[in-house]
Ligand binder design. Structure first.
Ligand code: SER
Length: 349
């Protein structure tokens, strides 16, 4: 008797790279709470924290620069969405610019190519969700930064960090792979469905970022709650936009879910509120009067923050996919940061 075998069906999944980073943790916990993480395959050099492993379909410990691994993913899964979070942040990248370039740019090309090949085999473009950053901007001087506040997507694109250059170039690569890839071949590629948000400085109540230049804000807060002194590495008047992690996750998922016919851009600014370092310190001190915060600016890191805009214009995202943040500065502190970090810190004692 011959048994008719069912053709092997590849499992349909969402791939999240860099899942063990700050945004990855927030995203996976959010999807898990919505019972929406069972089709998530995670790829990260460090795997995924033990406490979160059971939340997803599979954890792959590996490198986005490993082509064999990328081929394995291509053959094993039907990937309909890639959320590509893996990157080296701005301060970290300045210490290892060529490594940063490999991870941030070559890593992104590898995943865009994976998306192209997947798109071909399923006859439908893969959604490619990419977080970019305010680091793509380069304000020429402090006078211009003070004068031009809500900076639009297409203005002042002169990044002064390797990370900013990498992110800006990857935005262009996304547009290229979406619209022009193999434009001279007889059979045009389907491309990828590339969608990108430019994040401001992100602050999570649960985790601290590693290697970023906007890290002074979360570091100040997490130190105060644990009763530790903090020397802030930028001046009191340093001002950039910020966003709470739940809003960052919300923006990624809203953009991923937006009907394609509503989207007229590949890249969207998103923001919540802007504060100076002094204003953040004051809000921390209102809640923790004993907080010991001093300002000891590091000239080089200060220059990076000075090159980032004081505020960005996110009206395209608001108009085209109804973006709006949940947390303004008041709610961010009173309803998100202070209660959650206080609760977490109490368990550490
Ligand atoms: N938070 C990032 C960094 O500081 C900027 O997007 O590198």
């Amino acid at each position: 008797m011959f048994v008719r075998r069912r053709p092997h069906l590849r499992e349909k999944v969402t791939l999240i790279t860099g899942a063990n980073g700050e945004v990855g943790h927030g995203l996976i916990q959010h999807l898990y709470a919505l019972q929406d993480a069972s089709d998530v395959v995670v790829l990260d050099l460090r795997g995924l924290d033990d406490s979160m492993r059971g939340m997803v379909n599979r954890v792959i410990v590996g490198d986005i620069l490993d082509n064999e691994l990328i081929n394995l993913l291509l053959n094993e899964y039907e990937i309909d969405t890639i959320i590509h979070l893996a990157a080296l942040l701005s301060t970290h990248s300045e210490f290892n610019p060529e490594t940063a370039h490999r991870v941030n740019v070559q890593g992104t090309i590898n995943l865009l190519k994976l998306a192209i090949e997947q798109g071909k085999s399923r006859g439908l473009p893969v959604k490619f969700i990419f977080p970019s950053s305010i680091a793509v901007y380069g304000m020429p001087d402090l006078e211009t930064k003070a004068r031009v506040t809500a900076v639009k997507e297409e203005d002042f694109l002169y990044p002064i960090t390797m990370y900013g250059c990498n992110k800006l170039y990857c935005e262009h690569l996304g547009r290229y792979y979406a619209q022009y890839y193999q434009q001279l071949s007889a059979s045009r590629s389907l491309g990828v469905d590339f969608r990108c948000v430019r994040f401001p400085g992100l602050i999570s109540a649960q985790t601290l970022p590693t290697g970023g230049t906007s890290d002074y804000a979360p570091e100040m807060l997490h130190a105060a709650i644990r009763g530790k002194p903090y020397a802030c590495f930028v001046r009191e008047d340093a001002r950039i936009p910020f966003m709470m992690m739940p809003d960052a996750i919300k923006s990624l998922l809203m953009l991923a879910d937006a009907p394609q016919e509503q989207l007229n851009h590949y890249v969207y600014n998103v923001t919540s509120f802007s504060l100076t370092a002094q204003e953040i310190a004051e809000r921390v001190q209102q809640n923790f009067p004993d907080a010991q915060i001093t300002f000891e600016p590091d000239t080089a890191r200060q220059a990076i923050v000075d090159s980032w805009p004081a505020d960005i214009d996110d009206s395209a995202a608001r108009r085209e996919w109804n973006w709006s943040p949940e947390y303004d500065a008041d709610r961010a502190f009173s309803e998100y940061l202070i209660p959650i970090i206080t609760e977490l810190a109490s368990h550490e004692k």
